[in-house]
Design a protein around this ligand. Structure first.
Ligand SMILES: Nc1ncnc2c1ncn2[C@@H]1O[C@H](COP(=O)(O)OP(=O)(O)OP(=O)(O)O)[C@@H](O)[C@H]1O
Ligand SMILES: [Mg+2]
Length: 338
């Protein structure tokens, strides 16, 4: 379990009835196939959170943590085993609600599914408008607006197969906006996009939230979550490992506990030597240098010792640093795995 007190919705001040998304004690287990010899998989294990109107809420976690399974239950594509999910005040498990909920939400998954590549952007939007029974007289105006929103007006009559990845992803978002959803689920919306295009997609996400759309976002990019999300839940092995605003999550790691060391060479062996003193460590190569961030178990001043141990790798910089969301994430997730 993580460092944080994890509020359940009944003690969560945000879980007010007008929250468009309220999740309480949600669980889902996938049964193993008969005769496979594999155990059942508990994909989501007693998670609770709520999302306010117009909020961008982040669901973060390693591969297989249960993010997509959660989104599927929140969008009525999967039935929960236990717990309650209220979407726009409607319980997803009550028969008849599913249809009403689907009219008022939409979902975008990263990757390249869900569009008709041989059709143009405009034809795709026409197809999906018909699917949602949008009044024919209003369709042309709506489609023009959507194309403008995602900045694809100039490519409206080009086949989607000729779009770049970024254009396709913006078209996915336009497709998900045809029913003017009150809630938009974005499952890794910027996966595989180059930084500039990912930034354009983030700007679009922010604009949608500012105009009142409630957004639940999953991402593996911490900077993206930090930039966009009001509040975040970090899940690991289906369970909540941390829940709160980025600032609240950061408060759980005192800044004197994080040390950053930049070296010329890969300090792998030095990191192994200090493993007893650290809660987690992470080394990334960037610009030909190695940046190692470590979180100390105790506040003990081990800088002189680190200086000695890391010196043979060519220290360019060493010192305490403010925690980043990535530090918090790695700390909570590694704690859960140990
Ligand atoms: N239809 C399914 N049948 C059986 N097991 C499943 C099914 N869908 C997901 N799982 C399992 O449930 C767990 C959670 O999967 P899920 O797709 O929700 O993770 P995720 O957090 O979205 O991961 P990623 O970051 O890789 O997208 C995984 O162990 C996965 O293998
Ligand atoms: Mg997923």
């Amino acid at each position: 379990m993580g460092l944080l007190f994890i509020p359940h919705c009944d003690s969560d001040p945000m879980a007010v009835p007008e929250c468009p998304i309220i999740v309480e004690h949600l669980s889902k287990t996938f049964k193993a196939r008969r005769r496979s010899g594999l155990p059942d998989k508990k994909a989501v294990d007693d998670i609770s959170f709520s999302v306010k109107k117009g909020e961008i809420f982040g669901l973060l976690g390693p591969n297989g943590a249960g993010k997509t399974t959660t989104i599927k239950m929140l969008s009525t594509l999967l039935i929960p085993d236990s717990g309650t999910v209220k979407i726009l005040g409607m319980d997803v498990t009550v028969s008849g609600n599913e249809k009403e909920i689907r009219k008022r939400i939409n979902l975008v998954s990263g990757g390249e599914r869900g569009l008709y590549y041989r059709l143009t952007g405009r034809q795709n939007l026409k197809f999906f408008s018909n699917l949602y029974n949008i009044d024919k007289k209003k369709q042309d105006g709506l489609i023009d607006d959507l194309l403008r929103t995602v900045e694809l007006s100039d490519a409206a009559d080009v086949r989607v197969e000729d779009y770049s990845r970024g254009m396709k992803q913006r078209m996915h978002i336009a497709r998900a906006l045809v029913n003017d959803p009150e809630i938009l689920y974005l499952d890794e919306p910027t996966i595989g996009l180059d930084p500039e295009i990912a930034r354009d997609v983030r700007i679009l996400i922010r604009r949608l939230a500012d105009s009142g759309t409630t957004i639940l976002l999953t991402t593996h990019y911490m900077h993206e979550a930090e930039e966009l999300c009001g509040r975040i839940m970090i899940i690991s092995k289906g369970r909540s490992a941390g829940y709160g605003t980025v600032a609240e999550l950061k408060e759980t790691v005192r800044d004197t506990n994080i040390i950053e060391i930049i070296t010329n060479d890969d300090p792998h062996h030095a990191v192994v030597k200090i493993s007893g003193d650290v809660s987690y460590s992470n080394t990334e190569r960037s610009g030909g240098r190695y940046c190692t961030r470590i979180q100390l178990k105790d506040k003990a001043d081990i800088l002189p010792r680190l200086n000695t141990i890391f010196s043979e790798y060519g220290i360019r910089k060493i010192g305490y640093d403010e925690p980043t969301l990535e530090d918090i994430y790695l700390s909570l997730v590694s704690e859960d795995e140990s």
